[in-house]
Design a protein around this ligand. Structure first.
Ligand SMILES: [Zn+2]
Length: 161
């Protein structure tokens, strides 16, 4: 899903359970649960765009999403645990990024047999994460995402009152 979706749910997890030792792993796991719901994000149709544009879009959207989630869910003196929880919720996508950035190309879907260690490692991380990744086109995949985020936010904020 988009970085904004992950940031909002992660921040809500921290507000609901303000203990980093629980909220950080929970936010990390929530990433995979959310990505299992068919959705659209900037990674879905990256082959139809230049890599530079996808990268800039991803950086801009991630910065915006984290900022919005932070200001929506911040409390007194909890900047570090809140931000750590949000980052834990984004981390799976950042771990996938090296494959996209350094090795994937429009016409290249997997490493060649002669690929080096780093290429194979980054591809393995990417493949492992994508076992859980369900894709949907635009605009349906945006709708599923809005519904998913709304569901998690309601669930999490309800428990805190
Ligand atoms: Zn993801």
């Amino acid at each position: 899903m988009t970085a904004t979706a992950h940031a909002l749910v992660s921040a809500a997890i921290y507000r609901s359970i303000p203990a980093p030792i629980i909220s950080i792993p929970l936010a990390f796991v929530s990433h995979f649960v959310m990505d299992a719901i068919p959705h659209w994000d900037f990674g879905t149709d990256w082959r139809g765009r230049s890599k530079k544009n996808t990268g800039l879009l991803a950086i801009a959207e991630t910065t915006l999403g984290i900022t919005v989630a932070y200001f929506l869910f911040q409390g007194k003196g909890d900047a570090l645990p809140l931000l750590s929880t949000i980052i834990a919720g984004e981390l799976p996508d950042w771990l996938e990024a090296p494959w996209y950035i350094f090795f994937a190309r429009k016409d290249k879907h997997k490493p060649s047999p002669s690929a080096g260690f780093w290429e194979k490692l980054t591809y393995r991380i990417y493949r492992t994460e994508n076992i859980f990744h369900a894709k949907a086109g635009y605009p349906l995949g945006v709708l599923t995402q809005v519904v998913t985020v709304a569901f998690f936010l309601l669930l999490l904020t309800r428990s805190t009152g």
